[in-house]
Ligand binder design. Sequence first.
Ligand SMILES: Nc1ncnc2c1ncn2[C@@H]1O[C@H](COP(=O)(O)OP(=O)(O)O)[C@@H](O)[C@H]1O
Ligand SMILES: [Mg+2]
Length: 350
Amino acid sequence: MKCIGFFDQRPRRDPKTLFGREREISRIVRAFEANSWVALLGPRMAGKTSLAIASSHLFSKENGYNVVFVDLRNATTSRQATERILSRLPESVLQKIAKYLSNVTLGAGGLSGSIHLRQHASASRALEDALFELEKTILILDEIQNLVQGVVPFMRALATAFNENDGLLVVFTGSYAGVLRKLFETSPSDEPYGRPPLQVTVSPWPEFTAVDFLKTGLEECGVEYTDSELGMVLWKLGTLPGWLNLYGLRRCLGDSDEEALSAVFSMGIRDARRELENFLKGRTPKARMALRMLSYGATWGELLQKTGMSKETLSRLLDALMNELFIVAKDEVGVYRISDPLYRYAAERL
Ligand SMILES: Nc1ncnc2c1ncn2[C@@H]1O[C@H](COP(=O)(O)OP(=O)(O)O)[C@@H](O)[C@H]1O
Ligand SMILES: [Mg+2]
């Protein structure tokens, strides 16, 4: 079935299947050509992983690079992150840094499973040495924002690699938190982090792109639709590629509009709710109230007054909602509002 190719649940690898991201792809490829590292920032389901992989493959095909993808979603310490990265590197590189590794059988048959560092080996030294050995490689560090422990030595290893290995390009994806914030905000004189990566924000699609995407895919698999159905889909799901892709996929697999929309809508809200609850952990209970207010829209003054937060706390909260979760925007008249409908529904019910 053709449509299964169009609406694909996995991250997209082929730039030709990446809908409506031509500008982002060419920015990323141009950055690679200029030897710049890249950071893709944006909300979940925007297509960051897809963009990272597809652009890297495009560049690597033309320039003879290898692409190494590392999923860092659950890595919170630099040691874990380093072990994940090492597990993805070619055997020839690992052989050169064998002194840091425990119980790895190198040699015939290649490596299987994951790599572990020796108990007392320095993770950042191992990383630095490994990165130095990589030839013509694009390293994708996906979802790096959860790395919180050992960030400084980790960054230093990356900075050294940036300065010493011209054949290494790195793409970071995640939100503007943790490691990425450090990368952007540290001034060059503080620490030799190298030049900050080119920052590319991966936003929800404009509405016309979203509609075009759905129409193209639905037509490709011969599913009938009406404009008002699609209008409702955008109204309830917003324009993040991931949710629209799921809706399209379900329709192509035989769901009616109603079934597909209600299934994806519940999934989306559940997801948003989980994210918001995570976000609220360890914050003042007033933050919950602020989020509820933000689902309808509120000014700075209203938020300050009704929640009773201090200016600093409110400012930090809004900054995190705008730059880490990417779900709040401020309009021309100064109203802060949750821009994504799924998060808006979820926040209303907090
Ligand atoms: N530009 C796009 N065109 C078509 N589908 C896309 C696009 N971007 C993302 N998708 C689809 O949306 C889903 C989520 O994409 P992913 O890259 O995992 O997003 P993120 O990493 O931002 O959470 C995947 O199923 C992917 O195939
Ligand atoms: Mg991703």
